[in-house]
Structure formats: structure tokens, C-alpha cells
Write a protein that binds this ligand. Structure first.
Ligand code: MN
Length: 198
């Protein structure tokens, strides 16, 4: 599979005022692209290692693969799980599951916000479906690839690396998180849930 930086599904300024045009542009065009490039490079280097039967740098390139590959996946999900303001909440299938697994939609939002705010250093908050336990779970992902539960299908992801918010929000990560709820694309999250539980 050839990895490519996906087009943004909206204009750079479409998420204003919650997510500013300049950050979206730099974040997508430069940061996300660097993960796509890093993934391609890791795959090329692994192919070369197989060809030359030289695995002396295997640890390095496997690590690069996990980091950049996860970065590419999470950013792709992130752009698509946002949309211009005016979004309604989740549809009843997902809403029922949220109420079942977190007690209420409000409790879910509070836990997700708290998890996002408390990510140590650079990382993500992830709402995922665990097909083995048959339940929703909120995770913190450090960097892009650490602290996951294997087999999780990510449904809603929030980037809380400083590059995701610093231009507009500086050190006020919690303010970015609270603004971000206004631009969650619940339709997309609903579709991911339906697909994941099938
Ligand atoms: Mn990012």
C-alpha cells in the first residue's frame, strides 16, 4: 500500500474559531506529512534489511514504523472526526453504549477531557471500541503508539501534542479541549462505531 497525506475534508479555516486556520494548516501540511514520510522511510529501510539480510538496525526501524505509522493513522482519523460547528451529539446506538459503559454522556465527556488534559508530554486521548471485551474504553496514547490496548478500534481521537494547539492556546491545553468539543464530527464517530461492532 502506498501511503499518502490525505486531503483535509474541509478548508483550513473551516474549524474557526475553535481551531485556527494557521494551526490546522501547519499541523496537516507539515506535521502530519512528516509522519507519512517517516512511515514510508521505515518501510523502505525494512525492505532493504530483508534484501540485504542485515538486521543490525531492526530495533530502530521497527520503532520508527510504530511511531510514524501510528502518527499517520491517528492524524487521518483526527481530521475526519472533526467538522465545522453545528454538530449534534452521537446517534442512539453509540449514545446507548456510552451510557452503558460510562454511566452518562456527561460522565464520558468529563473522563475524556480529563484524560486529554492529563496526557504526560505529547500524546492523544482515544475513545475506542474493544471487540474482545465488547465495551468502549478511553485511553491515553503517549506519543502516538504507547499505552494502547491491543485490538482497539479507535472511534474518536484528540491530539494534545503542543503542535496541535500552541499557536492559539499556548499552554492552555484545557481551553483547547473544551473548544474542541464544538467541532466533533459525531456522524463520523457513529459510522466508525457501527462498523467496529459488526
Ligand atoms: Mn499532531
Amino acid at each position: 500500500m502506498e501511503h499518502k497525506l490525505p486531503e483535509l475534508p474541509y478548508d483550513y479555516n473551516a474549524l474557526e474559531p475553535y481551531y485556527d486556520e494557521q494551526t490546522v494548516k501547519i499541523h496537516h501540511d507539515l506535521h502530519h506529512k512528516s509522519y507519512v514520510d517517516g512511515l514510508i522511510k521505515a518501510e523502505q529501510q525494512l525492505a532493504q534489511a530483508r534484501q540485504q539480510n542485515d538486521y543490525s538496525l531492526i530495533k530502530h526501524w521497527e520503532k520508527e514504523l510504530a511511531f510514524h505509522g501510528s502518527g499517520h493513522i491517528l492524524h487521518t482519523l483526527f481530521w475526519e472526526n472533526m467538522a465545522p460547528t453545528g454538530q449534534v451529539g452521537p446517534a442512539h446506538e453509540l449514545m446507548d453504549q456510552i451510557q452503558n459503559d460510562f454511566g452518562s454522556f456527561d460522565a464520558f465527556k468529563k473522563q475524556f477531557s480529563a484524560a486529554s488534559a492529563a496526557v504526560e508530554g505529547s500524546g492523544w486521548a482515544v475513545l475506542g471500541w474493544n471487540p474482545i471485551f465488547q465495551q468502549l474504553v478511553i485511553l491515553q496514547a503517549e506519543k502516538h503508539q504507547n499505552l494502547t490496548l491491543w485490538g482497539i478500534a479507535p472511534l474518536l481521537v484528540l491530539d494534545v501534542w503542543e503542535h496541535a494547539y500552541y499557536l492559539k492556546y499556548q499552554n492552555r491545553r484545557a481551553e483547547f479541549i473544551s473548544a474542541w468539543w464544538n467541532i466533533v464530527n459525531w456522524q463520523e464517530v457513529d459510522q466508525r462505531f457501527i462498523k467496529a461492532v459488526k
